[in-house]
Design a protein around this ligand. Structure first.
Ligand SMILES: NC(=O)C1=CN([C@@H]2O[C@H](COP(=O)(O)OP(=O)(O)OC[C@H]3O[C@@H](n4cnc5c(N)ncnc54)[C@H](O)[C@@H]3O)[C@@H](O)[C@H]2O)C=CC1
Ligand SMILES: O=C(O)[C@H]1O[C@H](OP(=O)(O)OP(=O)(O)OC[C@H]2O[C@@H](n3ccc(=O)[nH]c3=O)[C@H](O)[C@@H]2O)[C@H](O)[C@@H](O)[C@@H]1O
Length: 437
C-alpha cells in the first residue's frame, strides 16, 4: 500500500519505518527541514534502538522516503497517518493546534477513498472534529480511522512490530478493514470500536499505568516505614495474573512525554464533562512527591546539602532514550542546586538534551568516574544497564563518602554487601550500611 505519515517524532518515525519494513511504500512528512534532511541521509534524529538500521535498510530499498512537502507526500496515498504532537496546554488539556494544521495541510490533496488515520493521542471527540475540518476544506467525505499508538520510547520498534493489540476506531467499515489490512503482516490482535471509545482506550491505558506506578510508589513509602521490601511485595502481588508483574517498579516517579500530559489531559476531559475523577489528582500528586524523595533522603542523611557535592547518574526519564521531557532528574537537579549543593551529572546519551532543559546550573561530565570523584553522595536517577554493572567497591573509594541513593533500585544487594564500606539508600526497602564511619 502507498502510505503517508505526518510527523517524524517517536511515533511517526517508528510507524513509518515499521510499515516500510513489512512491505508498504511509505513517505514520511515533517515540517522540520533539519529532521528531514538528517533522515534523508539515513540519520535518525532520535536515539531509539534498532531504528536507524531499519531506516537505512528501507530507504535503501526505496520503500521509505522523507519530504517536507505535504503535496508530494500525500498525493496518491491510500492511507494518511497523522502522528504529530499533542502537547499539554497550560490548562492541562491537549493542544490540538499541530493536528489542526496537519488537517489543513493534507486537505488539499485528499482524493475519493483516501483514509485519514489519527495516531496521535487525542481527547474524546477529536476524530469527529478533525474529520469536519478536513471535509469543510476539501468538500469531500473523508474516511477517518482512530488508531492510537501504545509504543514505549526505548523499545519503539520492538513494540510496534510486536504490539499487544491494534485499536481501530471507525465509522466506515471499508476504512477500518483497509487499516486492518495495512497491519496484517504484523499478526497482532485487532479490536474494532467507535471513535470515542478508541480515543478513551488510549488515555485510560496511560492513566491506568501511571496510577499503577503511583500506587506502588505509595506502597514503597509505606514499606520503608513498616520495614517491608517493596520489590518482594511487587513480586508477590505481580504473580497474581489479575494484577500482573509489569509497571510495579517503585522509583522516583514517572516522567516522559506522555504519562504526565495524558493523565492531566484525561483529568481535563473529566472536568469538562463534570466528572470528578479524584483518583487521577492523587496519581499526579503522588508522582510530584516521589520526584523529591531522593533529595529528602539526602537531607535526612546530611542535615543540609549546602556545599555538598552530589554525583548524578542518569538524566533521561528512562533508559534507552535521550528524551528529557518531564524527567525526574530535572526536579532533582533543581532542588539540589536550590539547596546549595554542587551537582555533577553523567549520562551515556542524554547530556545534550539535558543541557537544553536543565541548563548550566549543574556540571556535565563524560564518565561515571568523573561524576563520583570526590562526591559526598551519588544519586542513581536513570537505571541504565551500565550503572547496574559498575565496579562499586572501587568507585566508592573515589568518593568523599561512599553513599548511594538509588532512585531505581537498580543495584543488586549482594554486590552492595560486597563493598567494604558503603551506605546504600534504595526506595521502599531497608538501607544497607556497612563499614565504619
Ligand atoms: N512518544 C511516545 O512514545 C508516544 C507518543 N504518542 C503520541 O503520539 C503523538 C506524537 O508523539 P511524538 O512522536 O512523541 O511527537 P514529537 O513531538 O516527537 O514529534 C511530532 C513531529 O510532528 C511534526 N509536525 C508537526 N506538525 C506537522 C505537520 N503539520 N506536518 C508534518 N509534521 C508535523 C513535528 O515537527 C515533529 O517532528 C502525540 O500525540 C503523543 O502523545 C503515543 C504513543 C507513544
Ligand atoms: O503514550 C505514550 O507515549 C506511551 O507512554 C508510555 O511509554 P513511555 O513513556 O515511553 O515509557 P514507559 O516505559 O511507560 O515509562 C514511563 C515512565 O514510568 C516510569 N516507570 C515505568 C514502569 C514502572 O514500573 N515504574 C516506573 O517508574 C519510567 O521510569 C518512566 O519514567 C506507555 O508505556 C506506552 O504504552 C505509551 O504508548
Amino acid at each position: 500500500m502507498k502510505i503517508a505519515v505526518l510527523g517524524t517524532g517517536y511515533v511517526g518515525l517508528s510507524t513509518g519505518v515499521c510499515l516500510s519494513e513489512i512491505g508498504h511504500q511509505v513517505t514520511c512528512i515533517d515540517i522540520d527541514d533539519q529532521k528531514i534532511s538528517r533522515l534523508q541521509q539515513g540519520i535518525s534524529p532520535i536515539y531509539e534502538p534498532g531504528l536507524e538500521t531499519l531506516l537505512v535498510k528501507n530507504t535503501g530499498a526505496g520503500r521509505l522516503i522523507f519530504t517536507t512537502s505535504h503535496k508530494d507526500g500525500v498525493e496518491g496515498a491510500e492511507i494518511i497517518i497523522i502522528a504529530v504532537g499533542t502537547p499539554q496546554r497550560p490548562d492541562g488539556g491537549a493542544d490540538l493546534s499541530y493536528l489542526e494544521q496537519a488537517a489543513k495541510d493534507i486537505s488539499g490533496h485528499i482524493e475519493k477513498g483516501t483514509i485519514v488515520v489519527i495516531k496521535s493521542t487525542v481527547p474524546v471527540g477529536t476524530n469527529e472534529y478533525i474529520k469536519k475540518i478536513i471535509e469543510e476544506k476539501c468538500n469531500k467525505e473523508v474516511m477517518m480511522v482512530s488508531n492510537p499508538e501504545f509504543l514505549r520510547q526505548g523499545s519503539a520498534i520492538h513494540d510496534t512490530m510486536n504490539a499487544d493489540r491494534i485499536i481501530i476506531g471507525f465509522e466506515n467499515k471499508e476504512a477500518a478493514e483497509k487499516v486492518q489490512e495495512m497491519y496484517r503482516p504484523l499478526q497482532v490482535p485487532v479490536i474494532f470500536t467507535g471513535f470515542r471509545s478508541s480515543e478513551m482506550i488510549k488515555y485510560a491505558s496511560n492513566a491506568f499505568l501511571a496510577t499503577k506506578i503511583s500506587f506502588i510508589n505509595e506502597i514503597a513509602n509505606l514499606c520503608e516505614a513498616v520495614g517491608a521490601d517493596v520489590e518482594d511485595v511487587a513480586k508477590g502481588m505481580g504473580k497474581d495474573k489479575r494484577i500482573g508483574e509489569a509497571f510495579l517498579q517503585a522509583g522516583i516517579g514517572y516522567g516522559g512525554s506522555c504519562f504526565p500530559k495524558d493523565v492531566k489531559a484525561l483529568l481535563h476531559t473529566a472536568g469538562r464533562y463534570g466528572v470528578n475523577f479524584s483518583m487521577l489528582k492523587e496519581t499526579i500528586s503522588i508522582n510530584d512527591f516521589q520526584k523529591e524523595v531522593l533529595v529528602k533522603k539526602a537531607i535526612k542523611r546530611f542535615g543540609e546539602l549546602k556545599g555538598k557535592k552530589i554525583g548524578i547518574l542518569g538524566l533521561p526519564f528512562k533508559p534507552e532514550t535521550d528524551d528529557m521531557r518531564e524527567a525526574p532528574s530535572i526536579n532533582i537537579a533543581q532542588s539540589l542546586t536550590n539547596l546549595g549543593a554542587e551537582v555533577v551529572a553523567y549520562d551515556p546519551v542524554g547530556t545534550e538534551q539535558a543541557k537544553k532543559i536543565i541548563g548550566d546550573t549543574i556540571q556535565y561530565v563524560s564518565s561515571v568516574f568523573d561524576a563520583v570523584l570526590g562526591a559526598d553522595a551519588l544519586f542513581i536517577v536513570t537505571e541504565w544497564k551500565e550503572f547496574t554493572q559498575l565496579d562499586l567497591a572501587s568507585l566508592m573509594k573515589k568518593m568523599k563518602y561512599p553513599i548511594i541513593f538509588d532512585g531505581r533500585n537498580c543495584l543488586e544487594e549482594d554486590r552492595i554487601r560486597q563493598c567494604e564500606k558503603i551506605e546504600y539508600y534504595p526506595i521502599g526497602k531497608q538501607s544497607i550500611l556497612s563499614g565504619e564511619y
